[in-house]
Design a protein around this ligand. Sequence first.
Ligand code: BJ8
Length: 431
Amino acid sequence: MTKDYKQMWNNLDINLEAHDGLLAVLSDAYQNIYLSQNNRPEGMKYFDFVISEVHGLRIEEILEAKKERKKIIGTFCVYVPEELILSLDGVCIGLCAGAEVGSDEAEKFVPRNTCALIKAFMGFKLAGLCPYIQTTDLIVGETTCDGKKKAYEIFDEITGGKMYVMEIPNKKGADGRTLWRNEVKRFAEKLEALAGKKITLKKLNGASKIVNERREALHRLSLLRSFDPSPISGLDALLINQVSFYDDPVRFTAKVSELCDELDERVKEGSGVSEKGSPRILVSGSPMAVPNWKLHAIIEGSGATVVGEESCVGERNFGAILDDGFSSVEEGIEKIAARYMNIHCACFTPNDERLSDIMEMAKRLKTDGIIHYAIQFCTPYMVEAFKAKKTLDNKGIPFLRIETDYSMEDMGQLKTRVEAFLEMTGKGVRS
Ligand code: BJ8
């Protein structure tokens, strides 16, 4: 950290002692997992810096924005339309949910067999460890999986009534789309009431451009990973996708674009993070919120490269580009609603589009195998894995199903399974 933020954290009611412990663990993990990698692109220095300041400088920036009367909106899902938040000069932040913290406190409110992501967002708040939650004016939930939608009722009480829940349909038919369009309108009205101003066409077009440019930069990064050798590790690409949820979007896009220029050069030189011909793995499934780096660390520690994430912290977040350049706010809201319905979360039924996305990515990224990742007790992804496996088995693409949580206890067992899987792909384990 560039300076001492204790006073700021204290003002935000952070549990200083526990928070110091969390930052120490995070820093060690980062050192071991990230900074020990070979041949990292220079452009990763910016993202290393962002992570080192994850609860420092970025929080300071958000508090500055609050002083300028900007509203801080916390989110947990890629269905929340960021364009609307930015069009009212708000700041959109994906909240902390990727580490095993405050589980004991969380389990006083939710059953033990709740997914780690839900327990983590409750645990971060209950243990006083997330400065982002403390800065929020509104926290937006969604009726996606049952665990989340019921946990939000409790979270509303815990956060003193900050929750606002968007209703997401279960099916994408005409009725579902109408419901969703109305929800997007209702959300726009909620934000307008909070900000005390109206969304203008100019602002909505400007905000849509900012978010689309970030999507395009992340898409460019994704395309660069299709080269062999990949010019960037899966761990680094995952980190960039994680950072996209809380960094300033304009600055973030500029930094990803700079990094991609460097990666272009690497591709021309044939230089990468692994030997040409190393196993290439697509990870598909539940989202991996920061600092959940466990599976990528195991896969890449076994000599393979993760070349893509069919995940909300990955392709599902940036894959669909918004048809922007609206001629009215109403048209903008229609198109925004339509764009978000193109995200293929396992919470929908049927969800065959996700299977097509996996196939498309497997082909584009020239993958040797797919590792399906479900957070333990995440029913939508655990169940959908069966269909995904059947589809990929039929195409002869190796497929491994993994269910795990945020603890490190099963690291050895997972490594053995991943190594056996890499052998099965015909590429074997390289170290
Ligand atoms: S669009 S994946 S971000 S809901 S891991 S809490 S699903 S039990 S996070 Fe998600 Fe939006 Fe869908 Fe994406 Fe429930 Fe599963 Fe836990 Fe999950």
